[in-house]
Design a protein around this ligand. Structure first.
Ligand SMILES: Nc1ncnc2c1ncn2[C@@H]1O[C@H](COP(=O)(O)OP(=O)(O)OP(=O)(O)O)[C@@H](O)[C@H]1O
Ligand SMILES: [Mg+2]
Length: 274
């Protein structure tokens, strides 16, 4: 089991879209957890267009924890995510429920860790850092925590102080290799190398700027038409869109980084799970 947590510092750079897109391209069993304490399941309202009313996943997990049955609640609250092979735990309905989440994150991190041998990875949409009820203990426990940002100056100004704070926290654990930056729309205007220099955290990967593809994930819009030359060879889906291509590349970068960290921990004994 690998725990991958996506968060942002400011704005709405595309955390939910990217987390969902990654889950939909994952090649191993994967559980997507909507842990953004803002409230109102963005995935149910957006990607699923309100077609289903998911159970109050996070609240049920909090209750399960209070009753000493967190793992049972996790199994009960995970549902199939339509159109993907992923499972999904939906977020809270309201920001007012964030209070119930505060005591959940640490035990949830432990519970997820106890699933180590199931072969199921976990991707967490952690929302914006610094909110009341933010899942920072999950960030701290992650095999890979990714600060998602766009590359314009305003976004980078917002991301900078959180990059610094996260870097300090991970450095204290000797786990800086478990922290990275994920760009949405590299080169608009700054390139990965420039962003890494400003944020002083390595850029792991970039997700392509693709508003039409992104709207399919974030708002349940119709997938963009396949390009003509793809249709000629009988491909009608959007798997060849810039967004999906970059999500597959990001998935490989994530799994590669986690594998490299695990190998390094095995040889040096230093790192997140030492
Ligand atoms: N790769 C992308 N290319 C173009 N637009 C994108 C991309 N990723 C996300 N978007 C768009 O950006 C907007 C915000 O996306 P999303 O809701 O995923 O952000 P977020 O970081 O989860 O925001 P919040 O903090 O409000 O939850 C949406 O309209 C979405 O379609
Ligand atoms: Mg979001």
């Amino acid at each position: 089991m690998s725990l991958i947590v996506l968060v942002s510092a400011s704005g709405s750079p595309g955390v939910t879209t990217t987390a969902l897109g990654l889950a939909s391209t994952w090649t191993r069993p994967v559980l997507l957890i909507e842990a953004d304490p803002t409230g109102g399941s963005a995935i149910a309202a957006g990607y699923l267009r309100g077609s289903v009313t998911p159970p109050e996943g996070m609240i049920e997990l909090a209750l399960g924890h209070q009753n000493g049955r967190l793992l049972d609640a996790l199994a009960r609250m995970s549902e199939d995510l339509p159109g993907t092979a992923a499972r999904f735990v939906s977020g809270t309905r309201s920001h007012a429920q964030a209070r119930s989440l505060v005591g959940l994150w640490e035990p949830l991190a432990d519970a997820l860790r106890s699933l180590e041998d199931t072969g199921q990875d976990v991707i967490v949409d952690g929302g914006r850092l610094g909110l009341f009820g933010s899942p920072e203990p999950l960030v701290a426990a992650a095999d890979l925590a990714l600060l998602v940002t766009r590359t314009d100056l305003v976004s980078l100004a917002g991301a900078r102080s959180w990059a610094e704070t996260l870097h300090e926290r991970f450095a204290r654990d000797g786990a800086t290799a478990s922290l990275g930056v994920l760009l949405v729309g590299e080169g608009a205007p700054f390139r990965a190398r420039e962003v890494a220099r400003v944020l002083r955290v390595p850029v792991l990967s970039s997700v392509a700027w693709d508003p039409a593809g992104a709207a399919t994930l974030s708002h349940g819009a119709e997938p963009p038409q396949a390009r003509r030359w793809h249709r000629w060879v009988g491909r009608t889906d959007w798997t060849d869109s810039p967004l999906m291509g970059s999500l597959r590349a990001t998935r490989s970068a994530i799994t590669g980084a986690i594998r490299a960290n695990a190998e390094r921990i095995d040889t040096t004994g230093r790192g997140r799970h030492a």
